[in-house]
Write a protein that binds this ligand. Structure first.
Ligand SMILES: C[S@@+](CC[C@H](N)C(=O)[O-])C[C@H]1O[C@@H](n2cnc3c(N)ncnc32)[C@H](O)[C@@H]1O
Length: 294
């Protein structure tokens, strides 16, 4: 009887140890080890992992003008350094999208160590299948062809969204700024408003009353033709930065006389609202343009 009791205790003990060992083994398989050390150059889904040096991360966020009001998304976030820097140094809310689950867990641990888990989050996902349309700032260190694949989505984001890429450009979408840090390059683009089309407005001040402006656009590069009171003028120095547009209308009032009027406005869908500076600094007049059917 005593032998039987000893045997059943032994069976129970073996069962407990075996269960514990098994569940530990399962846990170890599911949860990446806290000691996971990524290797520079390791395979990634569409591009290998190479981290951006911290000095360039800082500059990229600086040229994007990141503040606590921003929502920064790093596409292919690696060990999370850009996201964590945006949250810790600039107080922004930030998200890293990363395909490699070990890197995601590592990033979460790094964010916790830096005390920014509340503002810096990470998701295991494919950047080509994830919606990042709410971002006010995009950062990336990918490849030229990946930037190009993302370009339509990025160019369609809210005007004023800032995009910074380490090393790689976006083909014929010219950057708004180029920066160099320790021999590495970062490019900044500001998503421009869509301004192509025919715009009309009236102004009640001295000079022409009605304006027609035809704009053609290639990203932030814009050219135009203008008529003021049905007379052809010239439009010069068109600058488009996000939703802010400025340009000058030159009116030829005689052989030697050119009158310049400077316009500035904010584009919102099919309307532009702003102010026109009268010639010779004689004051400002409000103007509101509307875009006709395209
Ligand atoms: C060159 S590293 C840049 C890491 C980080 N952004 C930085 O600048 O330090 C590119 C990262 O993108 C990840 N990646 C590659 N293809 C991806 C995809 N389709 N979706 C999400 N992440 C991807 C890789 O695993 C790698 O960590």
């Amino acid at each position: 009887m005593r032998l039987l009791r000893s045997c059943s205790s032994l069976v129970f003990a073996v069962f407990v140890v075996a269960t514990a060992t098994l569940s530990n083994a399962c846990f170890a398989q599911n949860a990446p080890a806290a000691s996971y050390t990524p290797q520079v150059g390791q395979e990634g889904k569409d591009v290998i992992w190479v981290p951006t040096p911290q000095a360039l991360v800082d500059r990229m966020l600086q040229i994007a003008g990141v503040t606590a009001k921003d929502y920064v998304v790093d596409l292919g976030s690696g060990d999370g350094r850009t996201v964590i820097t945006a949250a810790k140094k600039l107080g922004a809310r930030a998200l890293g999208i990363e395909y490699n689950p070990d890197m995601v867990e590592l990033s979460k641990r790094n964010a916790a160590k830096e005390g920014v888990s509340g503002r810096a989050s990470f998701m295991k996902a494919d950047i080509f299948e994830t919606d990042f349309g709410d971002a006010t700032v995009i950062t990336m260190y990918l490849l030229p062809q990946l930037n190009l694949k993302l370009r339509p989505k990025i160019a369609g984001m809210k005007p004023g969204t800032r995009v910074v890429s380490h090393a790689f450009s976006m083909d014929d979408w010219q950057p708004d700024q180029i920066e160099s840090v320790e021999g590495r390059t970062a490019y900044l683009w500001i998503v421009p408003a869509k301004v192509e089309g025919a715009w009309r407005w009236e102004i009640s001040s001295s000079g022409p009353r009605s304006y027609e402006l035809m704009l053609r656009q290639h990203f932030q590069m814009v050219e135009g033709l203008v008529k003021a009171d049905n007379k052809t003028g010239q439009v010069r120095n068109i600058k488009l930065r996000g939703d802010q547009i400025t340009f000058s209308v030159m009116e030829f009032a005689g052989v030697e006389t050119v009158i310049r009027r400077d316009f500035a406005g904010r584009v919102s869908g099919n309307s532009i609202e702003g102010t026109m500076k009268s010639p010779n600094g004689t004051g400002e007049v409000k103007w509101t343009a509307t875009r006709g059917a395209q």
